[in-house]
Design a protein. Structure first.
Length: 275
């Protein structure tokens, strides 16, 4: 049985192997005379193959988390090849993919890594939802950015688990969506309704990332399923993130402990990391 730490290492190694194959694919693309078309034709298959391996391993890891339970994990339907083709087109950017070869390859490598790790995340979520009674947390890797570290402290700080796929996989916000009447009223400068209640102001993201934004390229956060009857056991590095968050919060808020704006806390956290 692979421990969570070993699972991280396995996914990282899988990403490295995929990166090596991508480098060879890129070399062949530059020799083809039409790099843009070559990558669009070949990259989807490469990404799909490695994503399938990640998904199959994740299904095994899901079962190993509670082998005594009756539920048998399965692999979710694979993403359409068009999804990977769109990622490649975004990475190449221009119509020929050779204007900035270094930047294009870097972006392509980032999308490949994200596709592999997303396959792992999606498999965990797919089985947790199918089994019923399971929950999950977002767990950042040891070298995560402050924002991802903050998200991974949710369970350790308050014992709160993610309750929906959207919450676990994307950046969600606080607040209430605006109805059309609220939009028109706020455009007129009216913040309260006829009953003197504050009108909905729309959802605002926690931090600086856009609403609905998924895991970024290079992100090694995972969705860790917590199967029925089990509790989340955070690794040592996530417990360390909680202490870092407290330190950053104190640095950002001064004497007003816990009152710091999240943007200020993230800035303070980056300062701590640079020391």
């Amino acid at each position: 049985m692979a421990t969570p730490a070993e699972q991280y290492l396995i996914l990282q190694e899988l990403s490295k192997l995929a990166g090596n194959d991508l480098d060879e694919l890129w070399r062949l693309a530059l020799q083809s005379g039409d790099p843009f078309a070559f990558i669009l034709d070949t990259y989807p298959e490469l990404a799909a193959q490695y994503a399938a391996v990640a998904s199959e391993m994740s299904a095994v890891w899901y079962e190993e988390a509670a082998p005594e339970l009756d539920y048998v994990p399965t692999v979710p339907p694979p993403a359409p090849l068009e999804v990977y083709r769109q990622s490649a087109a975004w990475a190449l950017g221009s119509g020929d993919g050779v204007d900035d070869r270094v930047n294009a390859l870097s972006k392509l490598s980032g999308t490949l890594q994200r596709n592999i790790w997303n396959a792992d995340r999606e498999t965990m979520i797919f089985n947790a939802e199918a089994e019923g009674g399971a929950r999950w947390v977002r767990e950042a890797g040891p070298s995560a950015c402050p924002f991802c570290k903050m998200l991974s402290t949710r369970a350790t700080a308050s014992g709160t688990y993610y309750s929906s796929k959207d919450a676990a996989l994307t950046v969600v916000g606080r607040g209430k969506e605006m109805a059309e009447s609220d939009r028109r009223a706020r455009a007129r400068g009216e913040t309260r309704d006829e009953r003197h209640r504050f009108r909905a102001g729309g959802r605002k993201t926690r931090g600086t990332r856009k609403l609905g934004e998924s895991y970024h390229d290079g992100c090694d956060c995972r969705v860790v399923s917590v199967r029925p009857g089990r509790e989340y056991e955070p690794p040592d590095h996530v417990l360390r993130f909680e202490e870092e968050y407290k330190q950053a919060s104190r640095l950002a808020s001064g004497d007003r402990a816990g009152a710091g704006d999240l943007k200020d806390i993230m800035s303070a956290w980056r300062q701590i990391e640079q020391k």
